[in-house]
Design a protein around this ligand. Structure first.
Ligand code: AMP
Ligand code: GLY
Length: 415
């Protein structure tokens, strides 16, 4: 099989790596890819250039396209390629609204009894400001409806902070809502769906804040591990039965079957598990810790989802193994940061460690930084402690100007 992976992050490198490593693929191309993809297999085509992607598929005789990030999914790449009879894994445009519109996601959850935080809708900035003027309970959560690359959620601790957030981020006519703040521990549970059946993956936990101890601004994710012990076997069954399956059933009932990866961002508090958000794709960096633990062929799983046969497909994960990934980011991220810094030492980590590239660029035989999250240093061990030690023992061998990483990835599970 010849695959084309769309996207340029660590997640996409991990998808390509897994497809090659487990024997699913003869060749894996990536568009636009990153420095981790061999130059001959990188195509300089933007994620938004659907026609360019289709032409590339015809040229290289691609058997299946895997769409990594949300933007092309929400933009309708799957519908476009399907029309051209190119097999493609990922949800159609209407189904991708589960991530593309937080209000749509809320409506689905409320209609189908999927546990989530209570919310109130507002038609734009002024009515929201009026509401905030008389609100007494903080923190509360303010969410913008559309895709906002992680910047559309505010958790003000006071009325002043709320007003500041609204004035800075909420347009006059924005779709926006207020949600109750719920406490607890976050986890990501992903499943693959063929529109009817689901198969859940091992639960993972991301670390969204930039600094140790979960302080500072939100990022795309600074590290992850799996399985996350907060999601016990019992809770995983609960998430499958009460959240993932009803979501897929609800979407089918709406006439918009969901075929792809459904990611539930969860808040766990005792017996209660609520959905904070849906994503319609693999998590980044969650994928980087799920794939190393997976048995079987990733390509077979994609194929089964496309042919509607996940009910006859087995998926298992390595028993008593843990995976961890630590993101090395550019100094300044998630704010402004430099690009083009020379990266040294990637070849100085041993075969025990998987280095997934994210924001990197290869020029001849050298690697340079090319994004906020640069590399994902990943290891597997019999215990999380062992996997974590493997990563942190070698991570300083890799360096570039301004390199930054969190030193506490996995801390909740190791407490
Ligand atoms: P979202 O993009 O909806 O996942 O929100 C981004 C982050 O905001 C989540 O990962 C949580 O840390 C936090 N968050 C979102 N909704 C809530 C909520 N209702 N209560 C507490 N924290 C939340
Ligand atoms: N790691 C969070 C996400 O992929 O959305």
């Amino acid at each position: 099989m010849r695959y084309l992976v769309i996207g340029s992050g660590g997640r996409e490198h991990a998808i390509a790596w897994r497809l090659m490593q487990d024997g699913s693929a003869k060749e894996v191309y990536a568009a636009p890819g990153n420095g981790g993809i061999e130059p001959d297999f990188r195509a300089d085509i933007a994620e938004s250039d659907f026609a360019g992607i289709a032409a590339f598929c015809a040229d290289k005789k691609i058997d299946m396209v895997i769409v990594g990030p949300e933007a092309p999914l929400v933009g309708g790449m799957v519908d476009y390629l399907e029309k051209q009879k190119i097999p493609v894994f990922g949800p159609a445009k209407k189904a991708a609204l589960l991530e593309g519109s937080k209000l749509f996601a809320k409506r689905i959850m409320e209609k189908y009894g999927i546990p989530t935080a209570r919310h109130l809708d507002f038609a734009g900035k002024l009515p929201l400001l009026e509401y905030i003027q008389q609100e007494k309970n903080f923190p509360l959560v303010i969410k913008l409806d559309g895709l906002a690359a992680g910047k559309g959620v505010g958790i003000p601790e006071s009325r002043e902070e709320a007003i500041h957030f609204i004035n800075n981020t909420v347009a006059d006519d924005a779709g926006v809502f207020v949600e109750e703040f719920i406490g607890g521990e976050e986890a990501s549970v992903l499943c693959i769906s063929d529109g009817t059946n689901i198969i859940p993956f091992v639960a993972a936990q991301d670390h969204k804040r930039i600094y140790d101890g979960d302080r500072g601004p939100n990022t795309g994710g600074m590290g992850a591990y799996a399985p996350a012990p907060v999601i016990t076997a019992e809770r995983l069954a609960q998430v499958s039965e009460k959240i993932l399956q009803p979501t897929v059933d609800g979407m089918r009932n709406e006439g918009i079957p969901f075929r792809g990866i459904l990611y539930a961002g969860l808040m766990v508090s005792g017996d209660e598990i609520k959905v904070l958000e849906y994503n319609v794709r693999f998590g980044d960096p969650e994928a980087q810790v799920i794939f190393p633990l997976m048995n079987g062929k990733l390509g077979d799983l994609f194929q089964a989802a496309l042919s509607g046969t996940l009910d006859r497909t087995d998926l298992s994960f390595k028993k008593n193994m843990q995976a961890i990934t630590v993101v090395i980011a550019s100094g300044g991220y998630p704010g402004d940061y430099a690009k083009g810094e020379l990266i040294s030492g990637i070849d100085k980590v041993d075969g025990n460690i998987i280095v997934f590239h994210a924001g990197t660029k290869r020029i001849h035989d050298a690697y340079y930084t090319n994004g906020g999250r640069v590399l994902d240093i990943t290891a597997v061990g019999d215990t999380l402690r062992e996997a974590k030690d493997k990563v942190y023992q070698v991570i300083d061998r890799i360096s570039f100007n301004g390199a930054y990483y969190r030193k506490d990835i996995g801390y909740r599970a190791l407490k």
